[in-house]
Write a protein that binds this ligand. Structure first.
Ligand code: S3P
Length: 183
């Protein structure tokens, strides 16, 4: 008689994963799918900034400027990493990982960074389909130049995940689980 296989929840030392990648790479959707698979909590940094500020991220960038937004972002990232003791998957905004201060905060808190490496064409398609709300990607040329400029920094993430339009968020999340288990 064969017994049903028992699937144990992974027992990793690390209990925080941050998902990075360009706008439109699918960070929030994949973070949600990953949190579900791991039975962890999912947090979205942009949403937390919006809740605290009482304004949307595009409004903050447009009214207060990008440097002020970056300050709020770093402050919220530090707060989140310091306060979350539970198992948590964090969807970062696309610019968070670009700052060395933020990268240090993430590694100092023992969080594993995962880069969703999606081709520019896919990101741009999703950016346009989402109907605005991204002041730093107003034109294809502006978005492409930001994408190119940021690549070397995204490559510094612990785990590099290739994203294609054919892969579902669940499939990508399962690949992340596998990549973490293989480390
Ligand atoms: C930004 C990405 C946005 C948001 C803000 C700035 C960026 O988040 O944080 O508009 O600098 O790449 P998403 O990556 O979720 O679109």
């Amino acid at each position: 008689m064969s017994l049903p296989l028992k699937v144990d929840k992974p027992t990793w030392a690390m209990n925080k994963v941050v998902i990075t990648g360009f706008m439109g790479s699918g960070k929030s959707t994949v973070a949600r799918a990953l949190a579900k698979q791991l039975e962890w909590v999912m947090l979205d940094l942009d949403e937390m900034i919006e809740q605290e500020a009482g304004r949307s991220v595009p409004e903050i960038i447009e009214m207060d400027g990008e440097p002020r937004f970056r300050q709020l972002e770093t402050r919220m990232l530090a707060k989140l990493l310091e306060s979350s003791t539970s198992d948590v998957v964090v969807a970062l905004g696309g610019g968070v990982w670009i700052s060395e201060v933020n990268r240090k905060l993430i590694s100092d808190h023992g969080a594993l960074s995962v880069w969703l490496d999606a081709p520019f064409a896919l990101c741009w398609k999703r950016i346009t389909e989402s109907g605005g709300g991204r002041p730093l990607a107003r034109s294809e040329a502006a978005a492409r130049s930001l994408f190119t400029e940021r690549l070397a920094r995204y490559e510094l993430a612990d785990v590099h995940l290739q994203v294609t339009k054919e892969k579902s968020a669940d499939e990508i999340a399962a690949e992340i689980v596998q990549a973490i288990a293989n480390r």
